[in-house]
Every structure is written in C-alpha cells, then in structure tokens.
Design a binder for this molecule. Structure first.
Ligand code: GLN
Length: 237
C-alpha cells in the first residue's frame, strides 16, 4: 500500500451492530491514518448491501441478540468479509461480533445460531451478565500496553485450538468462561469484548491493525496528549 492510494476501512453493518459507539473504531483508524499523511475513508456496509471483499480492513461492533442474528445471516449470505480475511485483511470484531464470527453461539433464550466460522470459538450464555470496566495485559507479540474497555455481555466464549487469546484479564470478566482470558486472535482477525470504543482507549491496538493493513512492522508514533490522558484516567479507574 502506498501513501498515494486511499486506505478503505469497512464499517460492517453499523445499522445492526454498533452498541456503545463501536463505530468510533473506524473513525479512530481513519484519523490515525490521516494524521500520518495517508488518504483514508470509511465505507459503511448496511444490511441492504452485499459485503465487499476488496477493502483494506474491517470493523464490526457489538449488538443485541436479535440484531446479531440478522447480521449473522447477512454475513453468511454475502461472504465478502470471510474472503477478505482469507487473503489476510485485518478485521476487528467487538463483543457480539466475536460470537457471530465463531462456529456457533447460543442466545440468552437458549437458541443456537450457526456463525460464520472465522474464529475457532463457541459462545453460550452464562448465569451472570458481565458488566463493567475490564483491564487486561496483552498476550500477542507486538502489543505491550495494558488494554482497557467497557464490557456488557451475557455470552461466555470458549476458545478452540486454532484461536489464541488476545489478553489476560487483570480486572473484570473478559471471555467469561473462567479461564481468565480476553478476546481472540486468529490469522488477521482480532476480537475483543471491549467497548469504549476500544481503539480510542487503546491506540497501540489501533496502530497494530493499521500496521497489518499497510504491511509495515511499525508506524511512527503520534503525539496525542489528550489520548494519553484518557488512558491514564481509565487505568486509574
Ligand atoms: N448479545 C451478546 C451478549 O449478551 C453481545 C452483547 C454486546 O455486543 N454488547 O453476549
């Protein structure tokens, strides 16, 4: 990818997936690219359109159970996201999107829904809803800063052998099946239960995804004191 070409960020199904301002993740990615002199744009993919496979990176937000089911059906019908992930395009999946991209998930009412199969994970409702701040230490090479976010989910996600955890929980619940893990990494697809939006609170994670989209090992740091201040406040909380 050269600085002359436009980096295209897919905001997948914002009309059904995007609780707690998760669409902000795409805005953060676009802004961090523009600040470094790249041309960047957000491509919104609503439920009325097929999912293109040609974008440079993709983000999906969280959702309520019924909206999540609509999104699952759409992604199965138009497999552009799966094709893009197959060629290594980075994908960020928040909360319900982890569940949708797994093999299957069970809703709070006990209905089992087949997922998209990009993650080797399954999700079942837990007795207690996980709500509140979550803080973690990343387990993925290339990430060293603590990750923070806000979680609100009833589903608990179990990782299979092909799925690696994103981080170890230091506060809060995370994946919610008692293994102390948070999030999932598989190939170029990364999932986390952290809302926030996650990339506004965790700039290192934003740059990790951008580095993969641009095909570079590291990006020049950005001096953004207000982002650092937000991080300090959140870590203190
Ligand atoms: N409906 C899912 C659950 O409760 C996901 C919720 C969310 O995305 N915030 O587990």
């Amino acid at each position: 990818m050269t600085r002359e070409s436009t980096v295209r960020i897919g905001l997948v199904l914002p009309d059904v997936m995007g609780t707690y301002g998760d669409g902000g993740n795409a805005v953060v990615l676009r802004q961090r690219l523009r600040m470094r002199g790249y041309d960047a744009e957000i491509v919104e993919i609503p439920l009325t359109e097929p999912v293109p496979n040609s974008l440079d990176l993709y983000t999906l937000g969280g959702a309520e159970d019924s909206a999540q089911r609509l999104a699952t059906r759409h992604l199965q019908r138009y497999p552009g996201l799966q094709e893009a992930a197959g060629r290594g395009a980075p994908v960020l999946a928040i909360c319900a999107a982890i569940q949708v991209l797994g093999h299957w998930y069970e809703t709070s009412s006990g209905e089992r829904v087949d997922g998209v199969g990009l993650f080797d994970v399954t999700t079942s409702p837990q007795d207690k809803r996980a709500i509140g701040e979550v803080a973690t230490q990343p387990l993925v090479p290339g990430l060293s800063q603590p990750l923070t976010g806000f979680e609100n989910h009833r589903g608990g996600t179990k990782l299979g052998g092909d799925a690696k955890p994103l981080a170890r929980v230091t506060k809060g619940v995370g994946n919610g099946v008692g293994d102390g893990l948070e999030g999932v990494m598989q190939g170029s697809v990364l999932g986390t239960y952290m809302h926030g939006p996650a990339l506004a609170r965790n700039p290192e994670l934003a740059d990790y995804l951008l580095g993969r989209a641009l095909g570079v090992d590291s990006l020049a740091p950005l001096e953004l004191p207000e982002v650092e201040q937000l991080r300090r406040e959140r870590l203190r909380a």
